[in-house]
Ligand binder design. Structure first.
Ligand code: ASP
Length: 295
């Protein structure tokens, strides 16, 4: 079954269009790159790509990840500046046996030499918010994560973010880290995470969710188990996660999601336009994006 799922309200239009593409024979990889890069180039979304909110030094550092579920190959870039499509760079690194995770200036040089347009990703609006901010902000971070399966059974996951607003320069979250921000094995399923990267990485949440699917759990149960088991692990240490959300897709294209938030909007496109509402913690959308908050 052709199927696609993306995080947050920002992925809705791209996921809808990418679903149509999948139905017309576009590969899972092209559908994922299309959907993620549409968000990256839209300055309205201040947590991804162009218009992303800067670090403490006023610079926009971007992270992106990519995994091909059929080959288990990955690509990722961390803390890149001026790269117009970090997810494109991550995809282009995928397939390499070595040197597929690049950071900083090396990643920027790779992107430029691969022909990805370079541009200033800091917008006037984002700069104004930076000038106003005095300290690291609690709010102002999200990641676009997209998982797709095409009719030939190929599965891909892609992620992209500007990370935390007012982060320490050099800080990297879960988004470009395989197993934490994303994981995909076409024989089991795919998963991707959004929320506070420092928490997500401590639970390797995407890998955990895919492991549950490998053991035979459905996509929704796998997402819920990964989040709730990690919550239990933290509770045993007297901690509660600040905010963690996960999307999942099993090897057949069925989707799931779980979150510690009251509401976690995400977009799904597949033959069922399925709407799963479990635990009251997830808001599903496909046909009525106006019903959910922008974010
Ligand atoms: N996970 C991202 C990070 O920590 C941010 C987010 O998805 O909210 O960089």
């Amino acid at each position: 079954m052709a199927s696609i799922i993306g995080t947050w309200r920002m992925s809705y239009e791209p996921v809808r269009a990418a679903y149509e593409m999948l139905c017309s024979g576009t590969s899972a990889a092209d559908a994922v790159e299309y959907a993620v890069s549409e968000v990256e180039r839209n300055p309205v979304f201040t947590s991804v790509g162009l218009g992303g909110l800067p670090a403490r030094d006023g610079e926009v550092y971007l992270d992106a990840g990519w995994m091909d579920g059929n080959s288990l190959r990955c690509g990722a870039v961390m803390a890149v500046r001026n790269v117009s499509s970090p997810v494109r760079a991550a995809r282009m690194l995928c397939g390499r046996k070595k040197n597929w995770l690049l950071c900083g200036s090396g990643a920027e040089r790779f992107a430029a030499s691969a022909g990805i347009p370079m541009r200033e990703m800091l917008t006037e609006e984002a700069r104004a918010k930076w000038l106003e901010a005095k300290e690291p902000a609690e709010e102002g971070h999200d990641t676009v994560c997209v998982i797709a399966r095409d009719d030939s059974g190929r599965m891909v996951v892609g992620t992209s973010t500007s990370g935390l607003f007012m982060k320490e320069p050099g800080r990297v979250g879960d988004t470009p880290i395989v197993g934490s921000g994303f994981y995909c094995d076409a024989g089991a399923g795919g998963a991707a995470a959004t929320g506070l990267g420092e928490e997500i990485m401590r639970g390797c949440l995407s890998y955990a969710a895919v492991s549950y699917m490998r053991q035979g759990k459905d996509a929704q149960t796998a997402a819920e188990l990964a989040v709730s088991m990690f919550r239990l692990q933290l509770a045993g240490r007297g901690e509660d996660p600040e905010g963690i959300s996960l999307i999942t897709m099993d090897a057949s294209g069925n989707t799931g999601a779980a979150s510690t938030l009251e509401s976690f909007p995400f977009a799904v496109g597949n033959a069922m336009y399925e709407a799963v509402l479990r635990n009251g913690r997830v808001t599903i959308l496909m046909r009525n994006p106006e019903e959910i908050p922008f974010g």
